[in-house]
Design a protein around this ligand. Structure first.
Ligand code: ADP
Length: 401
């Protein structure tokens, strides 16, 4: 069975075609700068093998339909990895925000499209691009089942005490203002992987998953169900990210309006694009920050300290949420590669049963690695995330059900 995974953004489309018999990637690609004067498409054949090949097209790409057609022509046909569109059994779509309507991966029909359109006010930067991609994919593959795998779905099991903000209740009733949480596909994937490698049934598994990429979030999972998470109504709340502030005092908007005359839009832009690691030291990439620290850059050190301290505070608070923690799991760009961040994020947690082996922690592998000591009550793992594979698996499972 071959599953095409599509992540359609406002001006880009990412795709991967999986052969689900061995979960290998047959091809992947990125269509960029849709709607601009000049667009591009980078298509990779068998990207994870030594037969890897690349095709790059530079041309104007007027809209999602043009972009998707270009991609499909490279995937299927004479020189494609499949000879005909009919070889593709299902399409899985990555969706950022499903509001409160979606708790599981769902087969796409007109009512699903309508529900996702209703959630646009909660995800104005993401859902319109997803819908554009879904419309085109449905037109190009009219008889192929299509599935939405939604980032907010995993966190729909949060109890009200965790998802409600302490605000006037009518804001929830009228506008559905609440904590939704994001990166759910990744949290769910690495939590299940951890249970699998530890030989534990997921339904009895308690863990804290720490996703540290450009965006950063943390989720507490109890008995295989998410019970709390750091991101909120938008992906701004919680941890310190590449350019996002994470938690700040909610009075900041009005304070900056009074003191600097900033508009709500300007404050939003600052908190999302000019804050986080970048705001503190001018660099949003952790690799640059380490290089700067090595040269004695104090601001870079401060950025590292602020991020890892926030991680530690959240890990400790989620330990309080769960009581029993079987595993803490680090994942995504920083979580998978940065032993210093991992080590500093669990500093001082020894008395809570968290001990890591610094020698093992320093190893760099691309498979699950336990970095805690043998006598650590809580196991600590590095588990590579793979959101596209997670979407392909969920899509396959749903259409086979
Ligand atoms: P995204 O959230 O965009 O999917 P990733 O999960 O790819 O992001 O993470 C990107 C971040 O991972 C980069 O900004 C960088 O800070 C960090 N990163 C990647 N490789 C390393 C590394 N070897 N050491 C430290 N940080 C790394």
């Amino acid at each position: 069975m071959k599953v095409l995974v599509i992540n359609s953004g406002s001006s880009s489309i990412k795709y991967q075609l999986f052969d689900m018999t061995d979960e290998s990637v047959l091809c992947s690609g990125l269509v960029e700068r849709i709607g601009e004067d000049m667009g591009s498409l980078t298509h990779k054949v068998a990207p994870d093998t030594d037969r890897a090949d690349r095709i790059v097209l530079e041309q104007p790409i007027a809209d999602h339909e043009v972009g998707m057609r270009l991609a499909i022509d490279l995937i299927c046909g004479e020189k494609g990895v499949v000879k005909d569109k009919s070889e593709i059994s299902a399409v899985g779509h990555r969706i950022v925000h499903g509001g409160e309507s979606f708790h599981h991966p769902t087969l796409v029909d007109d009512s699903v499209m309508e529900e996702l359109a209703k959630v646009i006010p909660l995800a104005p930067l993401h859902n319109p691009g997803h819908l554009a991609g879904m419309r085109v994919a449905r037109a190009l593959f009219p008889t192929v089942p299509q599935v939405v795998v939604i980032d907010t779905a995993y966190h729909q099991t949060l109890p009200p005490k965790a998802y409600m903000y302490a605000l006037p209740y009518d804001l929830y009733e009228e506008l559905r203002i609440r904590r939704y949480g994001f990166h759910g596909t990744s949290h769910c994937f690495v939590a299940k992987e951890a249970a699998r490698v530890m030989g534990r049934p997921f339904e009895e598994f308690n863990c804290i998953t720490v996703h540290l990429g450009n965006g950063c979030s943390m989720t507490a999972t109890e008995n295989g169900r998410a019970v709390d998470t750091s991101m909120g109504i938008t992906p701004l709340e919680g941890l310190v990210m590449g350019t996002r502030s994470g938690d700040v005092d909610a009075a900041l908007h009005s304070f900056l309006h009074r003191s600097r005359g900033m508009t709500p839009e300007e404050v939003d832009f600052m908190l999302n694009k000019e804050s986080g690691l970048k705001g503190l030291c001018g660099m949003g990439d952790m690799r640059d920050i380490h290089a700067a620290i090595a040269k004695g850059d104090e601001r870079a050190r401060l950025a590292l300290d602020v991020q890892t301290y926030r991680n530690r505070k959240y890990i400790a608070s989620f330990m309080g949420v769960l009581g029993r923690v079987d595993a803490i799991i680090f994942t995504a760009g920083i979580g998978e590669n940065d032993s210093v961040v991992r080590s500093k994020s669990v500093e001082n947690l020894e008395r809570f049963g968290v001990k890591i082996d610094e020698k093992i922690n320093d190893q760099r592998v691309s498979t699950p690695l336990r970095i805690s000591t043998d006598d650590s009550e809580v196991q600590v793992w590095v588990i590579p995330t793979n959101e596209e594979l997670a979407i392909a698996r969920e899509t396959k499972a749903l259409i086979e059900a």
